[in-house]
Structure formats: C-alpha cells, structure tokens
Write a protein that binds this ligand. Structure first.
Ligand SMILES: Nc1ncnc2c1ncn2[C@@H]1O[C@H](COP(=O)(O)OP(=O)(O)O)[C@@H](O)[C@H]1O
Ligand SMILES: [Mg+2]
Length: 263
C-alpha cells in the first residue's frame, strides 16, 4: 500500500489546496510516483494541477457509476497523476456523504484496489473542518499535515481537527503522526512574529516548514502551475523544497516496508 499524506485543517484559506498541489509536484520532482487526490467538493486541486482544457470529471463520476477509476485519473502538471473531485449537485453530494458515512473504509479500499507502487505517495486535499471526507482520509493516512496561519484564529481552532486525528488515526498502525506547516509567514508583522514564535515553541519538531507569504504563490495558481515551475527562484519555491526535505524522512518512516507489522 502506498503512503498517504493528508492535508488537513480546521479552517479554510490556510493553504491546504496550495500545499497539496505544490508538495505533490515537489515529491514528483524527487522521483516519487505521486497521485494528487482531491477529496474536497470544492474541486479546486485541478486549478493548480490539471492539464488544459480543465477537466470536469473526477471521482464524482466514478461514484455515479459513469466511469471507472482509471478513467478518472489524468496526467497532471508537475509530473503528478491527478484525480479531481469532479462535480456533484447538492442532492448527489448529500447522497455521496451518506454513502461515505455508511462505508468507513471506502477510500482505504479504493487506494488498496489501485495497487500503486510501494514508493508512491497519495497526496490528499480535504475540505476545512470535521467532515466525512476527513474521517475517510484519516482512516487511511500515513501522515497528516496541517497548515496554520500565524494568527490567533488558526492557533485556537486547530484542536477541532486534532481531535479527529486522535480519534481516527492516532492509534492505527502505520500512522506516522500529525505535522504542521506555518503558511503566509510575513516577518514584518509583529503580532504574526509573536504567534510564529509561540507555534515554534509549542510544536517543536512537528513543525516541518514555514512558507512565506509570496505573490508567486497566487500568480502560479493563476497560471495553473506549481510554484516551482512558475517561479523556481522565488522564496515560496525555496520554502516548499525545504518543507519537502523535512517531510521525506517522515514519509519514508511510514512507508510500508517500515511498518511494525512487517518488521
Ligand atoms: N504562501 C502564500 N503566499 C501567498 N498566497 C498564498 C500562500 N498560500 C496560500 N495563498 C493563497 O491563499 C488562498 C487560500 O489558499 P488555499 O490553498 O486555497 O487554502 P485552503 O485550501 O486551505 O482553503 C489562495 O488564494 C492562495 O493562492
Ligand atoms: Mg482548499
């Protein structure tokens, strides 16, 4: 079974989708087979990684029985394979969420069924806050990564999702833990600097990266490219590479060969 990296957060707008896309592309550059999986009905991961013309299909179409898994996956940008969420209307979404609640291992079984290479990484984007999508991914995640903004709200709300990590992932063999990354770092803002220091102190080695606020991030998205491709010499591209460098040992420690069950 492949390694599953889940991007999780209590709040929206903290950089889950941006990081899912850019970490996926960075891992692919390291030579890992990468599947970027969008488990958020916003269907926004495709905006960073999809080939042109923008696809409308995705796992929603598999759920509706229109296509098979293989047809829902496509070669995305940055050398990753992309599985978009696709589009469901409100009633289809409610029905899908009910079926997910009734089949707790739906995602785990799907990933197992794809028989991905052992060194593959599945990077999963999720909607903000507690949801059936988060339950699904935490039941199969090898690692969870939470982007935080250096602000009081981000700090205060992180517990909401941390409790779910404890409930669905913590005790499971093969779960390597919850890591953090501070996003939109702006050193010129004093309050942010204080919060950042508090986060560093509190999280210690679980804080694997700091991504500066950088125009290159939003510009890259407008061009539908990973930051490393759009602006390879930007601060953001450098920060993402550094985060991946610190993430890799955690990923390798949770890869199937290292699982206690097989030791
Ligand atoms: N480091 C950054 N610098 C500048 N803009 C950023 C940065 N990270 C994220 N953004 C912007 O913030 C917005 C929210 O990011 P997004 O990844 O969509 O968050 P989420 O998926 O958590 O809701 C996007 O417009 C994105 O371009
Ligand atoms: Mg998002």
């Amino acid at each position: 079974m492949a390694t599953v990296l889940a991007l999780v957060a209590s709040k929206g707008g903290v950089g889950k989708t941006t990081l899912a896309a850019n970490l996926a592309a960075a891992l692919a550059r390291q030579g890992r087979p990468v599947l970027a999986l969008d488990l958020d009905p916003q269907n926004a991961l495709r905006l960073h990684l999809a080939p042109q013309p923008l696809p409308t299909n995705g796992l929603a179409d598999v759920v509706l029985g229109r296509i098979g898994w293989r047809q829902s996956m496509m070669r995305g940008r940055g050398g990753v394979v992309l599985l978009p969420f696709g589009q469901l209307d409100d009633e289809q979404l409610v029905a899908f969420q009910q079926s997910l609640a009734a089949q707790p291992d739906w995602l785990a079984l799907a990933i197992e069924g794809w028989a991905l290479p052992a060194d593959a990484v599945v990077v999963v984007d999720t909607p903000p806050g507690p949801s059936v999508y988060l339950q699904q991914v935490l039941r199969v995640a090898s690692l969870a990564l939470m982007p935080l903004l250096a602000d009081a709200a981000s700090f205060a709300t992180r517990e909401l999702v941390e409790r779910m990590v404890d409930k669905y992932a913590r005790a499971r063999a093969g779960f390597g833990g919850l890591l953090y990354l501070v996003n939109q770092v702006a050193p010129e803002r004093r309050l942010a600097r204080d919060v950042l220091q508090r986060l560093r102190d509190e999280l210690g080695p679980r804080l694997i990266g700091e991504l500066h606020q950088d125009q290159a991030v939003s510009e890259a998205m407008a061009h539908m490219l990973p930051v490393a491709q759009y602006a390879p010499h930007s601060q953001a591209a450098h920060d993402i590479d550094e985060a991946v460098r610190r993430l890799l040992p955690h990923l390798d420690a949770t890869s199937p060969g290292h699982w206690p069950a097989q030791a």
